[in-house]
Design a protein around this ligand. Structure first.
Ligand code: GLU
Length: 311
């Protein structure tokens, strides 16, 4: 490693503060458009428990699609491999909200990390619950993972998505026509929009991701969240599908399992080594955080943490 982790993280935050090409903040969800593109935060939690933060690491932001990791983990725990009858695990190579593949693939989304896949996962989470209970379960789950009861859902963001999420509504209706949504579409969509509206800081997000670095165990409580084998597989799907049609590029540049969201957050995992969260709201053309990706690329160059680096 080149320098101590505290220095590396502080250096990266300073470099990102000076960056001029910051990407474009998402504006199709009104409250997200109001966030300054000057923001940058980073938090690294090591397997030892040591935490390193810099920049806006304690400022909550809308985690959006990063939440798909938590919904997916809960659903896998609930129904196990039966989940794979309703969702695939191949990269889509298309945009996060694309509908095109659903027609030829009979309403089975390519993977749980594109919108269509996450809406099916929300439908699974509903089970026999009311949407309010399923949303409460997701919130409790994330709070438990992060060890932080202060985490909230931003109702304004959830409401804005309910008002304007026409594409997501179309995806849900279309999958319902194929029999792959089992409830009236408002129900899984309500769960999905609220899950996306979780507001968390980089520190909280990196803490919540610890089970993915620790083989499925929450290191704080010693509780098994999900089996080691399933954890390995979640990390694999994050690597191959976590950045939509930019997943290959993320694997090439960063070489870690990662999940991005249009709020500009990315959760990345170096198994056995670190859980990392970065946030910068400006997005690249594929809808992934421009500086978040660059920051992770630099972190991995300086630490040698890519899963493709020799240990
Ligand atoms: N809630 C967003 C949507 O459904 C999530 C997209 C994302 O973060 O990539 O459009």
């Amino acid at each position: 490693m080149n320098g101590t982790l505290d220095t590396i993280v502080a250096d990266i935050a300073r470099e990102m503060a000076e960056a001029t090409d910051r990407g474009k903040v998402a504006d199709y969800i009104a409250p997200l458009a109001a966030v300054s593109d000057k923001r940058f935060g980073i938090a690294v939690v090591e397997a030892s428990g040591a935490v390193h933060v810099a920049g806006d690491a304690d400022v909550p932001f809308s985690i959006q699609s990063v939440s798909k990791v938590f919904g997916f983990t809960l659903a896998l725990g609930m129904v196990g491999d039966a989940l794979w009858k309703r969702v695939g695990r191949e990269p889509s190579g298309s945009a996060f909200n694309s509908i095109v593949q659903l027609e030829t693939e009979q309403g089975i989304p390519r993977n749980p990390f594109i919108n269509a896949g996450a809406i099916v996962v929300s439908d699974i989470l509903l089970g026999r619950h009311e949407p309010r209970e399923a949303i409460g379960e997701i919130l409790r789950f994330v709070r438990g993972l992060a060890g932080d009861e202060s985490i909230l859902i931003d109702e304004k963001v959830a409401h804005a998505e309910e008002q304007t999420g026409f594409r997501n509504m179309a995806l849900a209706q279309y999958m319902r026509a194929f029999g792959n949504i089992h409830h009236a579409v408002e129900r899984p969509l309500g769960v999905y929009f609220h899950q996306c509206a979780l507001a968390m800081s980089c520190r909280q997000l990196a803490m919540a991701g610890r089970y993915l670095m620790c083989g499925g165990v929450n290191p704080e409580t010693g509780r098994t969240i999900i089996s080691k084998q399933r954890t390995r597989r979640i990390n694999a799907v994050m690597m191959t599908c976590g950045h939509y049609d930019g997943s290959g590029e993320f694997a090439y540049r960063v070489g870690l399992s990662g999940k991005s969201g249009v709020g500009g957050g990315i959760l990345a995992v170096a198994p056995g080594v670190a859980s990392i969260a970065v946030w910068s709201p400006g997005l690249n053309a594929r809808g992934n955080s421009q500086l978040g990706t660059l920051a992770l690329e630099r972190l991995v160059q300086r630490t040698g943490w890519s899963v493709f680096d020799p240990a």
